[in-house]
Write a protein that binds this ligand. Structure first.
Ligand code: NOJ
Length: 537
């Protein structure tokens, strides 16, 4: 009797599991544009240095990245952004590509050294301003809303050499001047402004690990000729936050009423899960969020750094004066989140952390990261499918979780997913054809969009989703090896070839039959056939 009741309860449980998994499978494969609110921005993103090229044309000055990428050994395969995707000369064609997919928005950045070749030391380069003028007009003609970033990792080299760039408070005024020129030149047509892209990632890469310019760091994080990994990232961030707040104030006081636009900032926002289900690792997962995303958002929403950062960093964390606190508090109209993946966090305060094997992503046992390490594996099992980027694993649920979390912590402030993307595995060994049949990228975006739709259904005020990236481009220290694009770019001819994902995005945006009621397998098959047509073209 007892065994038959056990049998029935197991059966019931199995049915339940089946029901849940069929449902989530259905949900994943049925994500539709209509699951998102009216007016939702569906776009793709790029940045100036990663696509423009023309690094010395029409009066452009040298940027920090121009100089850095020309330094031996800095970039994989000796690549650089001199030509990149030659977007400077092909922007009309690129706007056509966006239009053919049906994007209603395009996120790009303005090259500071194209507009102000010498920063505040020189004059405005009108040829540079004209370039963005034409780009913005071409987008608007096609009904594509420009979503503009002022600073995406690049600034005039002269500011680096004369001031030490973000380590110097003068950079706040330099940035303000650049922002003013952009608001004056393009403000009548640009309604979405973000000041700085991923200041948290930039601070980490440039001043903790020293792998982005100006390549400053100290052991154990890296071997640089100068720097201080414990303090400089904090100083650089402090200046970036104040620079943001000054530019936002300028926009709000002098442009917002006239033009009705919004100003925000973009933050690198991973989701973190406790490695073990205990209080220590739960707190480590919380600290991982605090020491990355909240490092930026807390000051700009609440008016100060998170208390946990102060607790562990003490006086090495700079302080805001009371006037500065007023300036930074509430200085964003929206939050831009770049979300790519999820990692485990392990506490290093109460337990010993050894961060030596390849699953150990960053760390550890160090105040600057909140005394924790982040890992991609638990008991030998990966947190998600790996991608071409060593820190990025496919964990679709993380999208819903990070949006839920941001929604709560920042009182449902409007949010845009300003980047989400998949980099192909084994891009060096794969053939061009394989890279263009990017079924995994299609599945990635479908599942992340389904997860985002769930968060929106629960009430999150998310207003847009931008795929990184419109086309394969210069992936910083990885050069052209890592590929995130919807379009494949032939490095010899610079021809843009639509991948399967470009076609899928187009069909998703037009609610075409390929996204209808079909199951994942059928879709994959259909897309494989569709891709054959694309490559026949
Ligand atoms: C975020 C950065 O904003 C972008 O420049 C970079 O290429 C992507 N992540 C992919 O790593």
């Amino acid at each position: 009797m007892k065994s038959s009741s056990n049998y029935f309860s197991s059966l019931l449980f199995l049915c339940f599991l089946l029901f849940v998994s069929v449902n989530s499978f259905e949900e994943l494969n049925n994500v539709k544009r209509s699951n998102f609110p009216d007016g939702f921005l569906f776009g793709a993103a790029t940045s100036a240095y990663q696509i423009e090229g023309a690094f010395l044309e029409d009066g452009k000055g040298l940027s920090n990245w121009d100089v850095f990428s020309h330094t031996n050994g800095r970039i994989k395969n000796g690549d650089n952004g001199d030509i990149a995707d030659d977007h400077y000369h092909r922007f009309q064609e690129d706007v056509e590509l966006m239009h053919s997919i049906g994007l209603n928005s395009y996120r790009f950045s303005i090259s500071w050294s194209r507009v102000l070749p010498r920063g505040g030391f020189g004059k405005v380069n009108f040829a540079g301003v004209m370039f963005y003028d034409k780009l913005i007009d071409s987008l608007l003609l096609k009904g594509i809303t420009p979503f503009v970033t002022l600073n995406h990792h690049d600034h005039p080299q002269e500011l680096e050499e004369k001031y030490g760039a973000w380590l110097n408070p003068i950079m706040q005024e330099e940035f303000l001047y650049f922002a003013q020129i952009c608001f004056e030149s393009f403000g009548d047509r640009v309604k979405y402004w973000t000041t700085i892209n991923e200041p948290n990632m930039f601070a980490e890469m440039a001043y903790v690990r020293g792998v982005y310019p100006p390549a400053r760091c100290t052991p154990p994080f890296g071997n640089c000729s100068a720097g201080n990994s414990d303090t400089e990232p904090l100083v650089a961030m402090h200046n970036m936050l104040l620079a943001h707040a000054k530019a936002a104030k300028l926009y709000r006081e002098h442009f917002q009423a006239r033009y009705g636009g919004l100003v925000g900032i973009v933050v690198h926002s991973f989701m973190y899960k406790p490695l073990m289900n205990n209080a220590y690792d739960r707190d480590a997962a919380y600290r991982a969020f605090v020491f990355t995303a909240a490092w930026v958002f807390d000051p700009l929403v609440h008016g100060d750094y998170p208390p946990e950062m102060r607790k562990y960093l003490l006086d090495t964390l700079p302080s805001f004066t009371s006037d500065e606190r007023k300036l930074i508090k509430d200085s964003i109209d929206f939050m831009g989140i770049n979300h790519y993946g999820t990692l485990y966090a392990k506490d290093c305060i109460y337990s010993t952390c050894v961060c030596s094997n390849s699953s150990c992503i960053a760390g550890g046992d160090h105040p600057i990261h909140g005394y924790l390490i982040t890992l991609a594996e638990k008991d030998g099992v990966s947190i998600g499918e790996p991608t071409g980027m060593s820190r990025f694993f496919v964990v679709p649920k993380g999208m819903e979780e990070i949006v839920d979390y941001m929604t709560k912590r920042y009182h449902n402030k409007p949010m845009f997913v300003t980047e989400n993307g998949y980099s192909s595995l084994n891009p060096t060994t794969a053939q061009a054809d394989e890279l263009q049949h990017d079924i995994k990228r299609v599945e990635f975006h479908k599942s992340y969009l389904a997860s985002l739709a769930k968060a929106i259904r629960k009430g999150a005020d998310v207003r847009g989703y931008f795929i990184w990236s419109l086309m394969d481009n210069f992936e910083w220290t990885d050069g052209y090896e890592l590929k995130f694009g919807l379009y494949y770019v032939d490095r010899a001819t610079l021809d843009r070839v639509p991948k399967l994902s470009a076609k899928w995005y187009r069909d998703f945006l037009t609610n075409s039959s390929l996204n209808g009621e079909e199951t994942g397998k059928a879709i994959s098959l259909k897309y494989a056939q569709a891709a054959d047509h694309l490559s026949d073209k």
